[in-house]
Design a protein around this ligand. Sequence first.
Ligand code: P6P
Length: 337
Amino acid sequence: MTRRISLTQYLIEQQRQHGHIPQELRLLIEVVARACKRIAISVNKGALGDVLGTAGSENVQGEVQKKLDIIANEVLIEANEWGGHLAAMASEEMEGIYLVPNRFPQGEYLLMFDPLDGSSNIDVNVSIGTIFSVLKKPEGSKGVSEEDFLQPGSAQAAAGYCVYGPQTTLVLTVGDGVTMFTLDREQGSFVLTQENVRIPEDTKEFAINMSNMRHWDAPVKRYIDECLAGEEGPRGKNFNMRWIASMVADVHRILTRGGVFMYPWDRREPNKAGKLRLMYEANPMAFLVEQAGGAATNARERIMDLKPTKLHERVSVVLGSRNEVERVTRYHLEQAQ
Ligand code: P6P
């Protein structure tokens, strides 16, 4: 049986061979991975660990917080605040940024995360996950402010997610391709299971919440209608649909076998650009998808080119197999003409 290498060995070898993973960034990734292992333990306990159900509070998004949302957030904060690799953190579950306490050394990285994405699936035992994004603190900035986080996705130093499903899998990019590590529970460590992940340019599978159809903009309706028309329609082929309502799980499927994921703007809340958050959902997923040969837009522009204006700003998301993302984006740009 081939000996699989651990996340630690992989990162050290990458650093030694390519030198593009600075020591501090390697430490950061390992700390986040360790935090994800601890979150996986709580997730896997379910009812046995008294971690299901709501916490009786709301987050800054006005969403009811699940107990595991808060547990996962606390695990990530506690694991990362003392290491000396971070200057500050930001989370879907916290209104403002979290400065590393003065009793700990300050580092040069900024860490953002959605500690537990897909919370509506927790109580029904469907895959959920942690999404994270890493930026460098701007050169020369004294202290740290929210402004320092407002960098385009193209500035990310690293991004990844951990999906808590039948396997617990960490998926990572530092800008040199996408790599997957599966948690070996007997060893208690993440081991390398796939390198150079590639998304097929074409697909027959789309992911969207169809119950919102009556609220969609015309280009989205046109694209989905053509998929539903199948081989008798303009696409000349039949399509399949998947919607897990857990972005991490839907993106993991797309990284594994292709597909297009859409959470577009709709008329339910016309003043909101979309449902998903730019800084700690769309940007890290866009980085991973592009590094795997796919594409990610807000239906008009490349997501990683967008200049953020607020920490929790929302964005419309179309990502996955390049040719499908380009088609959806083209339909939107044709509408604008
Ligand atoms: P809906 C989970 O709450 C999430 O942020 C994403 O993970 C997921 O893709 C989306 O919302 C699901 O939204 O409206 O289908 O429940």
